[in-house]
Design a protein around this ligand. Sequence first.
Ligand SMILES: [Zn+2]
Length: 404
Amino acid sequence: MKIWNQIFDKILVLSLKESEDRREHIRKEFQRVGIEDYEFFDATHYSSQELIDIKKTDKVYLGPLCFRCGQKRCACENNYLTDFQIANWLSFIRMWKHIIDQNYKFVLICEDDIVFTPQHQRIIFPLLQKNQLRAYKVRFDLPLLIGMGGAYHPHKHLSNEMSHLKRQNVMCNPCFCLNQQMAKLFYETYHIHHTSDHFMHIEIPKRFPFVQHLMMYPWPVYELSFVPGMIKFKSLVRPKGQSRRKVYQDFLIISPLQSLQTTLFTKLFHFLQIPSHVNYQVKKVDMTYRNYYGTLNEYLLMNEEEQEKYMFLHTYLFTYGEEKDKEMIEKEWNQQSFYELVCKKYQIQKEDYYSFVQTYIKERFPKTSIVDLSSFESCEKYLKLLTITLQRNKNVERMYQLLS
Ligand SMILES: [Zn+2]
């Protein structure tokens, strides 16, 4: 049917190259509804190098606060941007650029698991006629996006009401159409701080009042993957079993020195000449408020999955300086088995241990603050930060007042 290509000058299906079963579904579905001229747009895979690279930049917000509600601890269904969600972003960013580069004016964008309802023709074709859109006061020179469907919902999909458009910000990633102005606005303003659908369908229309975000009713399209009892495709985009939540922690205190684990505060406060009763308070507070607190060795010995579970607001590296650290490690080596376990796990030689952990910290926790235990100023600064972070606790506040 020519009508599809009269309305849209491009039809793009976002799909992973590897998802042959989904592509086969779309080929059949498009044939059924008469879409002949379309293109598969290869989606970014969650294990791609592109994704690994962008995660190292400031463009992606990776916590520790929940990206949905900004809280430390919350009940949101997922509280950090997963690789799947970031990959989805990268696909859309490339797609917006493609639309701009190719100078497409009006594009239909579909995911690869959609189905058109039996009444889609009476809804889509008349509503997208230019004179009809003008009747809705649509301006073609301003960003325009029209949502056509989402998760299956009998009231929205099967209703026999008159077809119409509504100005509404609704998530509709499975199927929507947009003009080039819209693609440009997305491309020029994006920041990966929330999911791509939230950005496109909620954030942008809110931020820019001139954006025209409409929904088609009844919804002419639904996603097959979310209809109960229907075929489920092998999911290549959502890694199975991957946790969608991370555990927020205030601190990761890291030190190559094993002995600092239990005696850190004692040493620190001894160094700062704090009376012992204050010392006790701090210990108590520490016991109550710490969630993860250990040396780097303990972290290194966790398995990958456990390590991945945590997001830390503060990472502190405690050190006495390379020379002294190395000296202490040498002394502790035989008393503490952790050093050897770490060397064994990461297949490194004893003499490479120190440089290994330095590199590891730089890569894994690039924002780590260094607390030089041999300098009073450095310790004091750390103590202040610690106090601010734990300010909810009156004991710490009182303790700090005692100190200052
Ligand atoms: Zn949340």
